[in-house]
Design a protein around this ligand. Structure first.
Ligand SMILES: Cc1ncc(COP(=O)(O)O)c(C=O)c1O
Length: 366
C-alpha cells in the first residue's frame, strides 16, 4: 500500500461557489481569487477548469499570474498587489494582465514604460493600513492614469480589515471613507471592494468587481460558522488510512513527549498524516476527524508523518486500512483550524506537495 494520504479537490464545487458569489451580486463582475496556489487547491488545475466560467482571475503577483498563463489559461489575470519592478508593466501588456496601483513608484513605472493596460485599479487605504494610497492622493492618480491614454479603464479599489467580524463597525467606516473618495474622483468610476466576507454579509456597491477568495473553496471566513452552514460546497477533502492499531492501558503515554496519557484502557489508531504534509502541528488533543464515518479525536502531538487517534465510540473496532477523513464534507476544516489555533485559510494554503492530489470534475477523477 502506497502512503494513502490524498487531497481530493472537487473542481465543480469551486465552480458552484463562484456562481453563488455572482448570484449574490448580479450587477457585479467577479474575480476568482487564485493566489497562493489557489489557496492550496492547485492554481493551474483550478484556473484551467474555470477558464470559460470566470470574468477574470486575481493573484498576488506577476509570478503567480505567469504560472497560470504559461499553462494555457486564457482569461484576464489581475495582480492584486500590482507590480514590484518597472519592467513588469511590459509583461502585463504582453500577457493581458490588469493590476492594482497602490504607490507612486508603480504609477511612475507605468507612465515611463508606456505599456498599454486594460484595467488599472487604484487602491486606496481606507483604514487597513497595509497597502493603498492615502485617500487624498487618489483623484490625482486617477487623473494621471486617464490622461496618460495608456489604460482603457481606471477603477478604484479598497480592502476591508474586519469584514469577517459582523459586530465591528470598521467595515462601515471604511465604506464611508471609500464613498467619499469615489465622490472626489467622480461618481461614475467603477469600484472593487468586496472579499468573501463582504460578499456574503455586507452591503457592497452595485456594479464593479467583487473578489471572492476563501468562499470559492467552500470555507467560511467567519468564526463559528462553517462553509456548509453558509451554503458553500467544501472543495478539498483530505483523507488517509489507519496504518497501525494498538491497545493502550490506563496511564500509557502516546507520541513525542508522551503528552497524552490514557485515562482508561482503549484502542489507539496511528494514521498517516503529519505536519510534513501540511496538517497543523498545533492541532490539540480533541481535534475532530472521522474513521470509517465514526467520530474520533486526535490524541497526543502531531508528528511529521503520523498522528494518533482515539475513536469516540467504545464499540468501534479500529483496524489497519480503515478510511480516515481529516477534513472535508464530514469534518469541517474550520473546526480543525479552531483546535489548532488558526483559520481555515491557513490549513488549506499551507498544504505541501507531499499528499497525492486527485481532481474531480463532476463524477470523473484525474
Ligand atoms: C486584495 C484582496 N482581495 C480579495 C481577497 C480575497 O479575500 P477572501 O479570501 O477573504 O475572500 C484578498 C485575500 O487576501 C485580498 O488580499
Amino acid at each position: 500500500m502506497a502512503r494513502p494520504l490524498t487531497a481530493t479537490i472537487d473542481l465543480n464545487s469551486i465552480k458552484r461557489n463562484y456562481q453563488y458569489a455572482k448570484k449574490l451580486h448580479p450587477t457585479c463582475n467577479a474575480f476568482a481569487v487564485i493566489k497562493s496556489n489557489a489557496y492550496g487547491h492547485g492554481a493551474v488545475k483550478v484556473a484551467t477548469y474555470l477558464d470559460d466560467e470566470v470574468d477574470a482571475f486575481a493573484v498576488a503577483s506577476i509570478d503567480e499570474a505567469l504560472v497560470v498563463r504559461d499553462a494555457g489559461v486564457k482569461s484576464t489575470i489581475m495582480l492584486l498587489e500590482g507590480v514590484f519592478e518597472a519592467d513588469e508593466w511590459a509583461i502585463c501588456q504582453e500577457k493581458g494582465f490588469w493590476a492594482a496601483i497602490e504607490n507612486q513608484s508603480q504609477l511612475d513605472w507605468l507612465l515611463e514604460s508606456k505599456a498599454k493596460i486594460g484595467k488599472v485599479f487604484v487602491k486606496v487605504d481606507t483604514g487597513m493600513h497595509r497597502l493603498g494610497l492615502e485617500p487624498s492622493l487618489a483623484p490625482s492618480f486617477v487623473e494621471q492614469l486617464k490622461e496618460s491614454g495608456l489604460v482603457d479603464e481606471v477603477l478604484l479599489m479598497t480592502h476591508f480589515a474586519s469584514a469577517d467580524d459582523l459586530s465591528d463597525i470598521t467595515t462601515m467606516e471604511q465604506l464611508t471613507r471609500f464613498e467619499m473618495v469615489c465622490r472626489d474622483v467622480g461618481d461614475d468610476i467603477a469600484t472593487s471592494v468586496a472579499n468573501s466576507s463582504a460578499i456574503m454579509k455586507w452591503s457592497v456597491p452595485e456594479g464593479g468587481w467583487i473578489r471572492p477568495g476563501i468562499m470559492l473553496y467552500g470555507i467560511s471566513p467567519f468564526a463559528g460558522l462553517t462553509g456548509l452552514q453558509l451554503g458553500l460546497s467544501p472543495a478539498m477533502t483530505l483523507t488517509t488510512k489507519v496504518i497501525s492499531v494498538r491497545k493502550l492501558r490506563e496511564g500509557d503515554g502516546v507520541g513525542y513527549g508522551l503528552s497524552y496519557k490514557a485515562t482508561e484502557d482503549h484502542q489507539l489508531a496511528t494514521v498517516a498524516v503529519g505536519y510534513g504534509d501540511g496538517y497543523p502541528r498545533h492541532a490539540q488533543t480533541g481535534t475532530p476527524l472521522k474513521i470509517n464515518g465514526v467520530p474520533a479525536t486526535l490524541v497526543g502531538r502531531v508528528s511529521m508523518d503520523m498522528v494518533t487517534v482515539k475513536s469516540s465510540s467504545d464499540t468501534h473496532n479500529l483496524l489497519i486500512g480503515q478510511d480516515v477523513e481529516l477534513w472535508g464534507n464530514d469534518v469541517p476544516v474550520e473546526e480543525v483550524a479552531d483546535f489548532s489555533g488558526t483559520i481555515g485559510y491557513e490549513l488549506v494554503a499551507r498544504m505541501t506537495t507531499r499528499p497525492r492530489y486527485v481532481y474531480k470534475e463532476g463524477e470523473s477523477e484525474s
